[in-house]
Ligand binder design. Structure first.
Ligand SMILES: Nc1ncnc2c1ncn2[C@@H]1O[C@H](COP(=O)(O)OP(=O)(O)O)[C@@H](O)[C@H]1O
Ligand SMILES: [Mg+2]
Length: 382
């Protein structure tokens, strides 16, 4: 069972929200409703989050992220649709039951992990558990563990002003993750931090998550952050989720030009893996000639050196240790500079090992075979 499930969620602010939902179901967009003085904050959002996953919701300011998050913990009632937490429909709970779920099972983490200046680091880290009524010995034990995971062992008795800004943020993160709640909702939690501390926090979150295995919904307007953190990413635009997928899905097969335009600035070399860009080996390819053999999960940044020292493609092995594909130097260079279209991303048996047909999003895709002048859209039967 999914830990969290959103099904056809809508949130409309303003007059006659139910009528607005009907219009939206018939295909109206935000702009049309705005003319009636209503705001469609979230339109037809559906997704599932599995236990232990980090699910990232990414979108520009105003795209509906915070509204979506508030519906997930029952702070906002959906205009239509359902939210299920461990199979239980939050929209069906009484206010009392909802408060119970919210205080015990779901934790909302906002920006700024403000610490209490007159409490020790340990007491600060244990604060979330204290609020939940966990006995002292137990909460201190867990706070100790969380602090150790956050790289703060030895600082337990110190006070916040004895720590650097970055370390204070980590205490706050340890506090947030040390709670009993297994669902954490994080709304732009790192957005106000300067870039170095922010990166450190992202690393800490991933590190803590390895042990704590919370289910996390993380909101950000930064695609690089989304790709670093997200097991899966939902991209929102004007209230709608326009794509859900892994970082690689979004980079390699963006759902539309809007998503593709976001991916221009992403550090592909760290996000894409050998397995995502590999192609079939040429006839007669001998892995023992390869300058390197890597697993499918290797980030392509690690392929530059071997690819630059040899004309032979790097060998990529699958989970069984057998040869699964190759990465050529031409392919490596091409994926760094270009956005690959869907039909080109799949390994191609006829590929001769040269750069496959990569096309820019704004270029006219070249159809193999029939060339009847420019085509708007690639369509096999057109
Ligand atoms: N309580 C509210 N009343 C009216 N409009 C709202 C309310 N909350 C959010 N909105 C509107 O809904 C849209 C989505 O807002 P929000 O969910 O905060 O987006 P994000 O978090 O992505 O910046 C915006 O147009 C915002 O102005
Ligand atoms: Mg917001």
């Amino acid at each position: 069972m999914s830990r969290l499930e959103a099904e056809d969620l809508y949130k409309v602010f303003g007059r006659r929200p139910d009528e607005a939902v009907e219009k939206l179901r018939r295909g109206a967009d935000r702009e049309e409703l705005r003319a009636d003085g209503t705001t469609a904050a979230v339109i037809d959002a559906s997704f599932t989050v599995e236990p232990g996953q980090i699910f990232v919701v990414m979108g520009l300011s105003g795209s509906g992220k915070s509204t979506l998050l508030r519906m997930l913990n029952g702070l906002l009632e959906p205009t239509a649709g359902h939210v299920r937490f461990d199979g239980e429909d939050l929209t069906q709970l009484s206010p009392r039951e909802l408060r119970e779920v919210r205080s015990k099972k779901i934790s909302m983490v906002f920006q700024h992990f403000a610490l209490f200046p007159h409490r020790s680091v340990l007491e600060n880290a244990a604060y979330g558990l204290e609020v939940q009524g966990v006995p002292r010995a137990e909460r201190e034990k867990r706070a100790h563990e969380a602090l150790e995971l956050a790289g703060l062992k030895g600082w337990e008795k110190s006070f916040p002003d004895e720590l650097s800004g970055g370390m204070q943020q980590r205490v706050g993160l340890a506090r947030a993750l040390a709670t009993d709640a297994d669902l954490l909702l994080m709304d732009e939690s790192f957005s106000a931090l300067d870039p170095l501390i922010r990166r450190d926090m992202q690393d800490q979150l991933l590190e803590l998550q390895k042990t704590l295995k919370k289910t996390i919904v993380f909101i950000t307007h930064d695609l690089n952050e989304a790709m670093r953190l997200g097991d899966r990413i939902a991209v929102m635009r004007d209230g709608r989720i326009v794509q859900i997928g892994t970082a690689e899905d979004i980079l390699v097969t963006p759902a539309n030009d809007y998503v593709a335009s976001f991916t221009q600035d992403v550090d592909r070399a760290r996000v894409l893996t050998a397995g995502a860009i590999m192609s079939e080996p040429e006839q007669g390819y001998d892995p023992s000639d390869a300058p390197a053999t890597v697993t499918a999960g290797t980030p392509i940044i690690d392929l530059f050196t071997p690819c630059s020292t040899s004309g032979v493609a790097v060998a990529v092995t699958g989970e069984d240790g057998e040869l699964a594909g190759v990465v050529t130097r031409a392919r490596l260079l091409a994926v760094l500079g270009e956005t690959i279209t869907a039909q080109d991303s799949a390994p191609d048996a006829e590929n001769d090992g040269a750069a496959p047909g990569l096309v820019k999003q704004d270029a006219v895709p070249a159809q193999r075979g029939e060339e009847d002048g420019p085509v708007e859209k690639v369509n096999a039967d057109a």
